[in-house]
Design a protein. Structure first.
Length: 536
């Protein structure tokens, strides 16, 4: 190349590169629009930002399926557990001010906090990183300060810092720590410390009845026919998940992370506090945020789900972009991950990945693996394949089975929907299938067929309910001599007391009591009372 042309090329190349990247992003955004518009989820909004500005907001689907009201870029969504990082940032501002030490015992800030432990005291750091050993959740006490008080009856199974166990309850407790230090309500603290300073004027710090009219209807899949059903409404005020926001506001929040604690009006967190906020402990979890290395980048992220609403926030620190996806009927996870890859490849000047094929909820790629006749429980089951469909042959009907996860399927019809069909392999081949307490094997099965269960298990089996809007019925049954709760094996820890079999350090507990006429009328699930209520 002549020297003059070489100099001109070098001088212009940054501008050309910037223009070329903008064109690549536009192509990626057009592909994202097309793919999200074809999604069968009720509604979704996606926001993409770089460190300086929002690059795109796309709105797809409906805020109300019955009224056919469209989702808009300004639609407000409950963000669920993404709220945890707002709580963590507020506490780290107090750290900057010398008013909160993550390494100090929590009782320094919340004197009435107490558990029955022989281990060292729980610290703010332990709870911020989900390593305190607390249970996950008490849906019957969510948004109630008594939830924090209730742990005084809890006996941890390991010392703080030894294991990661996600605890919504822990972040609720941190909210009460914030309130006690500040002498104010959580909602006003988060507004003053985060929302106002970042410019999130549409965001709300508490999900209260007065907010309901501004939120879209939220949905979940009804297991009996697969259609979307409205989720029940409830207020939520606790620090683990009480924030509602818009895609535009969340893009501004993402820029706070991309700029390492710097907002347009100045620093929200010091460099030191931001480094602590984003330093992972166990399971790639830092303070209210997951921090992991992905494809040569540091990715800071968190997801959230509450009452049918779902949010994913993800900041790619080296590539310099972030994406927020919010939905009112869950999220199409493969579609969201593809959208992230589309933006990343556009920034890196790599080929745009193909959009995922439209999801067919009944497609089973290896349907033939499960076919055949299985016998047990005094009856037989027959499964057949029809292309990529797996069918249950029953009373002259062919009932489609819908995949849930590996080797697990459900049906969308009356009593069969109470339990999933769970297939098990031996030497790579399917040899057995269970449906709740019923167990069936095929001709390839070679193991034992008789199992003894302790006689007292019969008192615990049944259906238990707590009438709060976040908790459905759970079913306890005996399968192959083991006591199971909704498919999870329980290990005895004492009289009428159990823990989930895996992991062995789990702090969750199940206790049965009030046995009348040979049946327990009550079950405590990690402290939450549930009561026998047989549906049929």
């Amino acid at each position: 190349m002549p020297r003059l042309l070489l100099l001109i090329s070098c001088f212009l190349s940054p501008a050309f590169a910037q223009s070329d990247q903008a064109a690549r992003l536009e192509r990626a955004f057009a592909a994202i629009d097309k793919a999200f518009a074809a999604s069968t989820n009720p509604g979704a909004v996606i926001a993409i930002t770089d460190r300086n500005r929002t690059l795109k907001i796309g709105a797809y689907g409906y805020s109300d399926l019955n009224a056919r009201t469209r989702i808009t870029p300004d639609t407000l969504f409950e963000i669920g557990s993404v709220s945890k990082s707002f709580t963590a940032i507020s506490l780290m501002q107090l750290f900057d001010e010398g008013r909160f030490d993550p390494q100090a015992p929590l009782t320094k800030y919340l004197p009435w906090f107490e558990i029955k432990s022989g281990f060292r005291p729980i610290t703010g750091h332990d709870i911020l990183t989900h390593t305190a050993g607390l249970q996950n959740y008490r849906p019957d006490l969510a948004s109630m300060p008594f939830a924090a008080w209730s742990v005084r009856d809890f006996v941890p199974s390991y010392a703080p810092g030894e294991h990661f166990w996600y605890s919504n309850l822990g972040f609720q407790i941190l909210g009460y720590v914030l309130e006690r230090i500040e002498g104010a309500r959580y909602e006003s603290i988060v507004r003053r410390r985060v929302l106002d300073r970042v410019g999130m004027s549409a965001t709300q710090g508490a999900i209260v009845d007065a907010l309901r009219a501004r939120l879209p209807v939220s949905y979940s899949r009804w297991p009996y026919n697969g259609e979307y059903a409205e989720e029940p409404w409830f207020e939520y005020l606790a620090a683990d998940g009480s924030i509602a926001s818009t895609a535009g506001d969340m893009a501004a929040y993402a820029r706070l992370i991309l700029n390492r604690g710097m907002a347009p009006a100045g620093r929200v967190l010091s460099d030191r506090a931001f480094a602590m906020l984003t330093k992972p402990a166990l399971n790639q979890y830092a303070y209210g945020l997951f921090v992991r290395d992905v494809d040569g980048d540091t990715v800071i992220s968190h997801g959230g789900g509450i009452a049918g609403f779902a949010t994913l926030f993800e900041a790619h620190m080296n590539d310099g972009f972030a994406i927020v996806v919010m939905g009112n009927g869950g999220l199409d996870r493969p579609l969201v991950q593809w959208a992230i890859a589309a933006v990343r490849t556009a920034i890196r000047n790599q080929p745009l990945p193909d959009a995922p094929a439209r999801h067919d909820p009944s497609a089973v790629s290896n349907a033939a693996d499960y076919t055949g006749v299985y016998s047990g429980s005094g009856k037989t089951l027959e499964f057949a394949a029809d292309g990529n469909r797996l069918l249950l042959k029953r009373e002259g009907r062919s009932i489609p089975l819908l995949p849930m996860q590996a080797n697990t399927f459900r049906v969308e019809s009356d009593e069969l929907a109470d339990f999933p069909f769970l297939f098990q392999r031996a030497s790579g081949k399917i040899v057995e299938v269970s449906h709740g307490p019923e167990w069936f094997t095929n001709s390839a099965y070679s193991g034992p067929k008789q199992f003894e269960a302790p006689a007292e298990y019969a008192a615990y089996t049944g259906r238990y309910v707590n009438h709060n809007p976040e908790e459905g019925a759970v079913r306890v049954y005996v399968l192959k001599g083991k006591l199971l709760m909704d498919g999870t094996a329980l290990i005895a820890t004492g009289p009428a007391a159990f823990r989930p079999a895996e992991p062995d350090f789990t702090p969750e507990r199940v206790v049965f009591d009030t046995i009348v006429d040979g049946k327990a009328l009550r079950m405590f699930q990690s402290g939450m009372p549930m009561y026998r209520m047989e549906a049929r």
